[in-house]
Design a protein around this ligand. Structure first.
Ligand SMILES: C[S@@+](CC[C@H](N)C(=O)[O-])C[C@H]1O[C@@H](n2cnc3c(N)ncnc32)[C@H](O)[C@@H]1O
Length: 214
């Protein structure tokens, strides 16, 4: 639940970034048990090149501290959209931080903005957009791939930012963004194979003087 606000101490359910080196970071959800390949619940032990970490042992530790692995050590960092982009489970190609910063700048996204995005993909851009627009703004993100939609929704909830985002399964080239969004969006961003097919729908969603990038 740790993406919404910075906090000192790791709680059950938090996502933490296990930092081994600048080229080796892992996002871990702090939960005592996980399912193994046989679908059985087992102790959550995370394996790294420097040995194992009993994930439950992180509860109560301060973010930023050094933790022991069975053959070395690592730091446990507070998650940020930038670190999530570097560690998230890839379901698609993703947008990285240097491009994300330019997108946010050019779309003039700020706290309170209403933003429309498609496709959701792996949620890399979405996490950065949500940080920018919350708490009064809202992100409407669309993907036509059912699994990507459901995993993104689960991740936003697990990260404590579900209230700032609506995730919907929809082919935006064919069906647009829904009449409820007509004239509502401050900004629309399209990361699609054929973005031009969604441009007329994007135009319908954008407010006067709103911004579109594709
Ligand atoms: C490159 S990924 C987006 C990555 C995302 N920007 C990120 O940073 O994680 C493109 C996504 O667009 C989705 N997509 C492609 N065509 C679509 C369409 N017509 N309507 C909705 N989603 C579409 C794909 O399923 C895929 O998940």
């Amino acid at each position: 639940m740790s993406f919404d606000k910075f906090k000192d101490t790791i709680d059950q359910g938090d996502t933490v970034i296990l930092y081994l080196s600048v080229n080796s970071m892992h996002a871990i959800q702090v939960q005592p048990k996980i399912k193994n390949r046989k679908d059985e619940w087992v102790d959550n032990v995370f394996q790294t090149t420097y040995g194992a970490l009993k994930v439950q042992s992180l509860v109560g530790k301060k973010f930023g501290t050094k933790v022991a692995l069975s053959r070395g050590w690592a730091y446990v960092l507070h998650p940020t959209p930038e670190l999530w982009t570097l560690t998230l489970p890839h379901r698609t190609q993703i947008i990285y931080t240097p491009d994300i910063s330019m997108i946010i700048f050019q779309l003039e996204i700020k706290p309170g903005s209403v933003v429309v995005e498609s496709g959701t993909g792996s949620g890399s851009l979405s996490h950065a957009l949500i940080r920018c627009i919350k708490p009064q703004g809202h992100l409407y993100t669309f993907d036509f791939h059912e699994y990507r939609v459901s995993v993104a929704r689960e991740e936003f909830e697990a990260h404590g930012i579900g209230q700032f985002v609506s995730v919907e399964k929809r082919d935006v080239c064919q069906d647009g963004f829904g009449t409820e969004l007509n004239g509502k969006a401050d900004a629309v961003f399209l990361d699609l194979p054929h973005p031009w097919e969604a441009v007329p729908h994007a135009a319908a969603s954008i407010k006067d003087l709103g911004k579109l990038i594709h």
